[in-house]
Design a protein around this ligand. Structure first.
Ligand SMILES: [Zn+2]
Length: 307
């Protein structure tokens, strides 16, 4: 049997960072090699799996990671990925992992946010658990500020360029489009962060019909959609949700997260503007922003409590 050190994942440690940590404590040459050894350690390579053309190796990797963590695959994903908050299903996990493991330096895959970290969290992590780690909350779509410290998150290179190691020396050079004062200047950003983090514990799909019904009634009252939930049929002089968003959020952020550009036509086609009738299929960032723009924090708590 291959002798391996099997670290337990830390609370909120992101799956890709956990893989990197397994690689480092075992002095393996790469994260892929560490996963291969892990699969062999648990003898998962000797099992027959249903034939799948592309992702069967990643399914073994996920099972090995779950066994390392002492959890089921579903539990491991629930606590160490952002699948629940971002509306991805556990069935797509192997495909997601396969793409991320194959990502080469400098090459970005769709949907992938660069690894982000909070400088102040790193110090706290070292004090509390003796090691810096990648917090999954910092990797949530649309989050560019630390929800705990309110400071700007720093973006580093692709995950496996450094085998997911936190390059402390590189932090000084990390890039970010965000500025420190925006999080105070735009309160909607803070509400958005809170909603996205809430989605980690209470996945959107469980309460999507109720959230959507609530958003739709508010949208009808404000002329953002018709009685039927239709957005393109609203009279042209009525505002779109994105028009409200541009008053309450930084323009670069709306472009980065939602692909919105101020003053561009075809606003009715954007996922954000038609979130009221998406039947749960819009990206969860759209629900999070709509809830943040249209509801007060008390109203949001009320919707969540009853969903
Ligand atoms: Zn922080």
């Amino acid at each position: 049997m291959t002798q391996l050190i099997l670290p337990r994942p830390i609370e909120n440690e992101f799956i890709l960072g956990f893989i990197g940590r397994i690689k480092r404590v075992n002095l393996e040459s790469s994260s892929s090699e560490a996963l291969r050894k892990l699969v062999s350690h648990f003898k998962l390579d000797q099992e027959d799996l249903p034939y799948r053309m592309h992702y069967y190796q990643s399914e073994r990797h996920l099972r090995a990671l779950a066994l390392t963590s002492g959890k089921s695959v579903d539990e491991f994903l629930f606590y160490h990925s952002n699948f629940a908050a971002e509306g991805l299903t556990p069935e797509s996990a192997a495909q997601w992992l396969s793409l991320r493991m194959r990502a080469k330096k400098g090459k970005r895959y769709p949907e992938s946010k660069l690894p982000h970290l909070c400088r102040e969290c790193i110090g706290q992590q070292v004090r509390e658990v003796n090691t810096p780690f990648w917090d999954r909350r910092h990797q949530l779509d649309g989050l560019y500020w630390c929800p705990v410290h309110k400071s700007v998150l720093l973006a580093l290179d692709d995950w496996f360029a450094n085998d997911a190691q936190i390059p402390l020396a590189a932090i000084a050079y990390a890039r970010t489009p965000a500025t420190a004062d925006e999080f105070d200047k735009y309160p909607v950003l803070r509400s958005f962060s809170e909603v996205m983090i809430r989605f980690l514990q209470y996945p959107l799909w469980r309460s999507a019909p109720r959230i959507e019904a609530c958003l739709q009634s508010l949208a009808i009252a404000q002329g953002l959609c018709t009685q039927e939930g239709d957005v393109p049929k609203v009279p042209v002089d009525s505002p779109f949700l994105s028009d409200i968003a541009f008053k309450e959020c930084p323009a670069w952020w709306l472009n980065d997260v939602f692909g919105l550009q101020r003053g561009v036509d075809c606003k009715g086609c954007s996922a954000l503007n038609s979130v009221f009738s998406a039947r749960g299929h819009a990206p969860s960032v759209c629900y999070a922003l709509a809830l943040s723009l249209l509801l007060s924090s008390r109203e949001r708590a009320h919707v969540f409590d009853e969903s």
